[in-house]
Design a binder for this molecule. Structure first.
Ligand code: GLP
Length: 250
């Protein structure tokens, strides 16, 4: 199975092989993968190579590990994974972590100019504003500030326990199904207050996300988030389509 004389690193060949098996359903979500020792013995490679292959799968978000127990296949299917508009709750579950939230504020407020324009609101329209600290297991990872037009979910403040999943309640209670999201990510430094909430030092590196999420009918959520750059990783899966489809000419 392995090409030992080629230029493709062994760990990468093993990673591809395991990926194919996960795709084919040989290893299903929640099931464990062979350990680094088993990989090493079976394929005649070093344990280090086995470890490297397992780590590279984890880095892709395809698997997660539990200390002392092994490596397991993530619940969200590989093919859909990074092209989906995931909620924080789903993203953490896919990475094998427990999502938790601490609410900073949850209220109806007048939309500011930025939210009015992103959400295509009429002047003076109100939004529901939700600010939360998001935790992976018990570690604070990010602060999210979501704004949703009040007209879409007039009783959200009364009906929703904001320590739960916002996307789940939008879908289940209001039938709001997000279809796409546009996200801009820039690098930044944590401000004093953000650093305090994220339990890190002021001016530590962070990712600043601005997201607008849409249903098929238009924008529903405007989000500004600050994520700790030492605890959060952005994984993109890219495909290269036929250049002619894009109208790219030389
Ligand atoms: C992600 C998105 C946010 C969104 C949140 C909802 O973190 N970046 O824009 O508000 O998910 O997550 P949940 O449904 O867990 O509340």
């Amino acid at each position: 199975m392995l090409d030992r004389n080629g230029v493709v690193p062994l760990y990468y060949q093993i990673q591809r092989h395991l990926l194919e098996q996960i795709r084919a359903g040989v290893f299903k979500p929640g099931e464990s993968l062979p350990s680094e020792q088993e990989i090493a013995e079976k394929l005649g490679v070093s344990r280090m190579t086995g470890r490297h292959a397992l780590k590279s799968l984890r880095d892709l978000g395809v698997t997660y590990s539990i200390q002392g127990k092994g490596t397991f296949v993530s619940a969200i299917k590989l093919e859909k994974d990074f092209r989906q508009v995931l909620s924080f709750t789903e993203e953490m579950q896919a990475r094998g972590m427990r999502p938790r939230s601490k609410v900073i504020s949850f209220a109806v407020i007048p939309a500011d100019q930025e939210a009015t324009s992103a959400l295509q609101l009429s002047p003076r329209e109100k939004v529901i504003s939700l600010r939360r600290i998001r935790f992976a297991n018990s570690l604070p990872v990010g602060i999210e500030w979501s704004r949703i037009p009040l007209s879409f979910c007039p009783d959200l403040v009364e009906a929703f326990d904001p320590s739960g999943s916002l996307y789940a309640v939008l879908e289940e209670r209001y039938g709001i199904r997000l279809a796409i999201a546009e996200e801009v990510i820039v690098a930044g430094l944590a401000r004093k207050e953000e650093a305090r909430l994220l339990k890190t030092a002021a001016k530590s590196p962070v990712f600043l996300f601005t997201r607008v999420s849409y249903t098929d009918n238009g924008p529903v959520e405007f989000v500004k988030s600050v994520y700790r750059a030492d605890r959060y990783k952005i994984v993109n899966r890219l495909t290269r389509v036929d250049r002619e489809l894009l109208g790219v000419t030389r």
